[in-house]
Each structure stands twice: as C-alpha cells, then as structure tokens.
Design a binder for this molecule. Structure first.
Ligand SMILES: Cc1ncc(COP(=O)(O)O)c(C=O)c1O
Length: 343
C-alpha cells in the first residue's frame, strides 16, 4: 500500500538532483569558513532575502534560538505570538538557554499580532521590568492555518518596533510559501525585518538545514552564538549542496502544493460532518461536526489503515500538509479515504 504522508512538509525526502549534488559536493571545514559549498549557499540565501549575510544552521529551531541569543541579552524580553512556533514548540529555549523572557500576545486567526497588543506589551524603563528588546513574527503562520503575513503588515509591525527602539526577527520557516501565495518576491516580505530564518528542510525538500539572514554584523555575532549551542559544523557542504538545489529548483513549485491543498479542502468540505478552515498555502486544518460519532483518534487510525497519515491536533482539529511528494492522485485518494473512514 502506498503511504500518503500529510503529517508535515518536514517528511519530504531529498530529490534525486539533491542526492546527486550531495554526492558531488566540494567540502572543507566550515568552522574555519573553508567549506566552499556552505559559503555558496550562504551567499545565495543572503541574496535571495536581500540581506547582507547568512548563516547555515541545523534546524529552524536552532536558527530562531541563535537569532534570539544574538539580538537579546540575559534579562531581555521578547514580544511574540501566543500561537507562534517559537513560543509553543521550541522548548522555551530562549529562557532555558538564554535567560530571555517570552512575552506572548494573542495571535489573530490570520497569524498577525494586533499593533495595539504589541504597543501595550512594550515595557517602560523601570527597574521592576525586564527590557523589551525584540518583536518576533511568523510567516507563514503554522498554527494559524498556514496564513501568510503581507509585506504591508510586516512593515507596519516593524516600524512600530523600530520607533520604540526594538528589533524584529521573522520566523520565516515557510517564507517561500508566503511569497508564492501572495505572488510577491520574498525580499518584499523580509525587507523590514532585522533578521529572518527560513527552512530548507520543509516544502523545499532538503534533508537538513535552515538559514538565518541579516546584516553582516548581526551574522558575525550569530556565528558565535551558533558555536556556543554546538551548531558549528565541519564538512557541512554535503548538506548545503542539497540546500542550493532547494533554492534553485524547488521554490517555484510551491504554488502546486498550494493548489493541491485547496483541492483537498474542497474535497473534504464535500463530505458531511467535515468543516475546513480557509486554506491559502500548504497547511490545511479541518475538524468534525457533532454529527460525526467517531473520535479524532478513530479518524486518524481509520485513515492510517487506508494509507493516509495526518496529525490530530488539539481541540479536535486535524492538520494535513501538502508537499512535493504529494500528487494530484494522492489528494483524490485522501478524499476517498476520508469518505470511507467516516462512512
Ligand atoms: C513556523 C515554524 N518555525 C520553526 C520550526 C522549527 O523548524 P525545525 O523543525 O527545523 O527545528 C517549524 C517546524 O515545523 C515551524 O513550523
């Protein structure tokens, strides 16, 4: 039985072109700055984001942590969304390892933070308070239906932060999905932020790695922070080679993943008892109405028996994520499997 794995875009395997590039990669000791393939990937990433420099890191979590450790000192505070990946799913690394306090404010359903909420969370200078140092945004917003933040919103939030002397970091794990969905160059979405992290190992199919991008000075400091968390890699060119293929060949294909997510949404919506959240990128959330007698676990298990894997999340919501290895036929098979599971 073919397995249709919609649990996440992180399940993507490298493409044949990536495997070939990895095999042939020229390598060196990257901690000495001598890996030509890593150096090339970092230059490419910086150029794509319109920033001065970039740093190759192991994961999105490491990229966000290194960014926060670089922007903030111990005792500083970071304003971020209460549904953000960094707040919910990165083990509180900023506090655990950096002595940085998270200050969550409500994420709106479209992934934005209300400007008044950001404004209200900024501390005044007072010995009782931590110092607010940074605002973090997430684009696309994983837990808010994979919604992209527009360049206009990002600029407004960033200008508010800058006017108050703060810095801005963007968790752009899926920033190329945002650019594809909005039909804009990715540079427009990150122009106003100090730093952006994006992932190669999600919809772009590379096996490992993320890039943190920003000014040359910021990245020089971030390189130190990466080393202290054990992220200095040596002959990492074998991984970077796949990342180069990801940037060259994969970003243009994301629109297809979005179209398949939309088709999946339409198909699921046609099944009695299924309600679907608005879908704009490759992340689709849905839930069951009361007329369905099955529990979420029974549905996940019933689908798995039919070869379809997806995640049951909190509050009875399910998540399905389309990616490069999911075809049009897989989408139709998933809709059929859902019908059979609920029948
Ligand atoms: C929005 C967002 N940021 C960061 C990450 C962390 O990436 P990684 O799994 O590479 O640590 C994820 C992972 O799914 C994510 O969805």
């Amino acid at each position: 039985m073919k397995i249709i794995d919609l649990r996440s875009d992180t399940v993507t395997h490298p493409t044949p072109a990536m495997r070939e590039a990895m095999y042939r990669a020229e390598v060196g000791d990257d901690v000495f700055g001598e890996d030509p393939t890593v150096n090339r990937l970092e230059r490419m990433a910086a150029e794509r984001m319109g920033k001065e420099a970039a740093l190759f890191v192991v994961s999105g979590t490491m990229g966000n942590l290194v960014a926060l450790l670089t922007h903030c000192g111990r005792g500083d505070e970071v304003i971020l969304g209460d549904r953000s990946h960094t707040f919910l799913f990165e083990q509180g690394g900023m506090a655990a390892l950096g002595g940085i306090t998270p200050r969550p404010v409500p994420n709106q359903p479209d992934g934005t933070l209300w400007l008044e909420d950001i404004e209200g969370a900024i501390r005044e200078d007072n010995a009782h308070f931590p110092r607010t140092r940074l605002v973090c945004l997430e684009n696309t917003h994983n837990m808010c239906n994979g919604t992209p933040l527009t360049a206009g919103y990002t600029a407004k939030a960033a200008r508010l932060a800058y006017d108050r002397g703060l810095r801005v970091h963007l968790d752009g794990a899926r920033i190329f999905n945002a650019a594809a969905a909005l039909g804009v160059d990715v540079r427009e979405l990150v122009r106003e932020v100090d730093s952006v992290m994006f992932c190669l190992s999600k919809g772009l199919c590379a096996p490992v790695g993320s890039l943190l991008c920003g000014s040359a000075d910021f990245i020089a400091e971030a390189r130190r922070a990466r080393k202290v968390v054990g992220g200095g890699m040596r002959q990492a060119g074998v991984l970077a080679a796949a990342g180069i293929v990801a940037l060259e060949q994969m970003t243009g294909l994301l629109v297809g993943d979005h179209a398949r997510a939309k088709r999946l949404a339409e198909g699921l919506e046609g099944i009695p008892g299924v309600e679907v959240a608005p879908v704009t990128t490759n992340i689709l959330y849905f839930w069951l109405t009361e007329e369905v007698s099955k529990t979420p676990e029974e549905v996940v298990d019933g689908l798995a028996e039919r070869g379809v894997l997806l995640l049951g999340r909190e509050l009875g919501r399910f998540r399905a994520v389309t990616h490069y290895w999911i075809s049009d036929e897989d989408i139709e098979a998933t809709i059929a499997a859902m019908r059979a599971t609920l029948a």
